[in-house]
Design a protein. Structure first.
Length: 142
């Protein structure tokens, strides 16, 4: 859906249960809860980690200079790359834990990996691990 006013054009795009707003002339995307910058996302609100990775690809394809995340500071494309890395890293950790016969509780009780330890909402880390364990075998990592 495109909304046009005398000064701005806003394009609304749906991604399953989420909506983003794109200001193409300004190269700004309001990403809502599809993007967290410096914060652990909550996977429990997501249709799945594969969907989240696809949504991040779509956000990146917008080619914006600035992204307004659902949580965290206004950022550049690096926020998308950081969140993608987070999802992929957790998927790898869960896949490896499953191969070793470990549980979600065991993995979730371990320290948050150093590169994410300073992120806000650290309480979501063990919940995200649990979500990925319940998700089953993830599709190949992007």
């Amino acid at each position: 859906m495109t909304l046009a006013g005398p000064r701005r054009k806003v394009i609304l795009k749906a991604f399953r249960s989420d909506v983003i707003a794109v200001l193409p002339e300004d190269r700004i995307v309001f990403a809502g809860d599809l993007l967290f910058a410096g914060h652990h996302p909550f996977f429990g609100d997501s249709p799945g980690s594969g969907h989240l990775l696809d949504a991040l690809d779509a956000l990146e394809a917008e080619g914006a200079r600035r992204y307004v995340p659902g949580h965290g500071p206004i950022s550049g494309p690096e926020a998308i790359q950081s969140m993608r890395r987070y999802v992929q890293d957790l998927r790898r950790l869960v896949a490896e834990a499953k191969r070793q016969g470990l549980t979600a509780e065991w993995l979730g009780a371990k320290e948050i990996p150093a590169q994410y330890a300073t992120w806000w909402f650290g309480r979501f880390y063990p919940l995200n691990i649990q979500f990925l364990f319940q998700e089953g075998e993830p599709p190949p990592i992007h």
